[in-house]
Design a protein around this ligand. Structure first.
Ligand SMILES: [Fe+2]
Length: 268
C-alpha cells in the first residue's frame, strides 16, 4: 500500500513529538504492509512556508533513521496545504514528491471558503490534480454530501481517512466515508497518521473493511493504484460520481424482491 497523507516530521506540527515516535510509526507502517509513504506536514499559513529549511532538515532526519533501522519503506515529501486565497503551489512541498501535479489540500472544518471553488478550478485548468483531504470530516459535507459530489464532478480527488473507515471519528463519519465510496466519489484512502495511539498510521484494517464491502478491485484502486498515481503525478482512476439524489431513488434489494414476488405497488 502507498500512504499519501501522513504527519511524520518530528516535533514539527501536531504529528510525532520526537524522532523516537517517528521511528515507531515507521515500524508500524512497514509491519502493516505499507511500502511507500508521503510525509505531508501541515502548511497552514505564510509562516509555515518560511519553514522550508526546517522541513527539509527534518525530512532528512526521518530518512536517516529509516535507513539506520533497515526500513524498506520509500519516503517522499509533500504537504497538506491549507487553502489560502493567494497561495500558489510553487514550493517544493506544494505537490506530492515535488511532482508539479498533485496538491493535497484542506480548508476549515467548519465552512467551505467562498473563494475555494474558483481557486481549485484554476488549479485544475493549470494542469494540477488537487486532492481534498478527508472530505468526510468536514462539517458542511457531513451536513450536505452533495458538496462532495460537486468537488468530484469538478475533477477534484477525494481522499478518505483510514480512521474514518474504521470508525475512529464516530459512526456518522464512518457512514459518510462508506457512502462516498459507494457513490464513486472517493479516490484514495490514506492514514493521515499523526502519532502512535489515537491517530494511527495503520491502513490494514481499513483496507479489509473496504474489501469486505466493495471487493478487491475497489480496495486496490483506493489503497494502491490511485495513491501510486498521485505520487507519480499521473491522472487518477475515476468513474462518474453517482449523485445522491439518483442513488436515493434506486430501488433497494428488498424493493426488487417485492417486485419479483408481485407485492406492493405495481409499476404503471
Ligand atoms: Fe493531515
Amino acid at each position: 500500500m502507498i500512504d499519501i497523507h501522513t504527519h511524520l516530521l518530528p516535533d514539527f506540527d501536531d504529528g510525532p513529538a520526537n524522532l523516537d515516535e517517528t521511528r515507531e510509526m515507521l515500524e508500524l507502517a512497514e509491519k502493516d504492509g505499507t511500502r511507500a509513504i508521503v510525509i505531508t506536514p501541515h502548511i497552514l499559513d505564510y509562516g509555515d512556508y518560511e519553514r522550508q529549511d526546517e522541513i527539509f532538515e527534518k525530512f532528512e532526519q526521518v530518512k536517516e533513521v529509516a535507513r539506520k533501522d533497515g526500513r524498506k519503506l520509500r519516503l517522499y515529501l509533500g504537504g497538506e496545504i491549507y487553502l489560502l486565497p493567494d497561495i500558489q503551489p510553487v514550493y517544493p512541498f506544494s505537490t506530492l514528491n515535488n511532482n508539479g501535479k498533485t496538491i493535497l489540500f484542506e480548508f476549515s472544518m467548519r465552512e467551505i471558503p467562498e473563494f475555494a471553488p474558483n481557486k481549485i478550478f484554476d488549479w485544475i485548468m493549470e494542469g494540477y490534480q488537487p486532492i481534498l483531504a478527508h472530505p468526510e470530516r468536514f462539517l458542511p459535507i457531513l451536513k450536505n454530501p452533495r458538496y462532495a459530489f460537486k468537488f468530484a464532478q469538478m475533477g477534484v480527488g477525494l481522499q478518505i481517512n483510514a480512521g474514518s473507515v474504521v470508525g475512529v471519528f464516530g459512526e456518522k463519519i464512518r457512514r459518510l466515508a462508506f457512502s462516498l465510496i459507494e457513490h464513486r466519489m472517493a479516490h484514495i484512502v490514506a492514514s493521515d497518521g499523526h502519532n502512535t495511539n489515537s491517530r494511527s498510521i495503520s491502513l490494514k484494517e481499513a483496507r479489509q473493511r473496504v474489501e469486505e464491502r466493495f471487493g478487491k478491485k475497489v480496495a486496490w484502486v483506493l489503497f494502491e493504484e490511485n495513491p501510486r498515481r498521485a505520487v507519480e503525478g499521473e491522472p487518477l482512476l475515476r468513474e462518474d460520481p453517482i449523485p445522491f439524489e439518483d442513488y436515493s431513488q434506486k430501488p433497494s434489494r428488498w424493493d426488487l424482491i417485492k417486485r419479483r414476488l408481485g407485492l406492493g405497488k405495481k409499476e404503471e
